[in-house]
Write a protein that binds this ligand. Structure first.
Ligand SMILES: [Zn+2]
Length: 57
């Protein structure tokens, strides 16, 4: 598995954003700056609503 992209919706402003599933750093919402993902042992821990997993090709 090379790692998937995950579409999440920010819980604070409902912005939809695509994140890398194995984010190496903290990922913030592009609109309001709320934390959407934090790295946790190789896999990102997601804080928003997961809408869809987009498989890497
Ligand atoms: Zn937001």
């Amino acid at each position: 598995m090379a790692g998937d992209f995950i579409r999440v919706r920010c819980e604070d402003c409902e912005n939809e954003q695509v994140l890398f599933g194995k984010a190496a750093g903290e990922v913030g919402c592009a609109v309001c700056g709320s934390t959407l993902a934090t790295p946790a042992g190789g896999e990102a821990e997601l804080h928003g609503d997961v809408l869809e997993v987009v498989e890497a090709r």
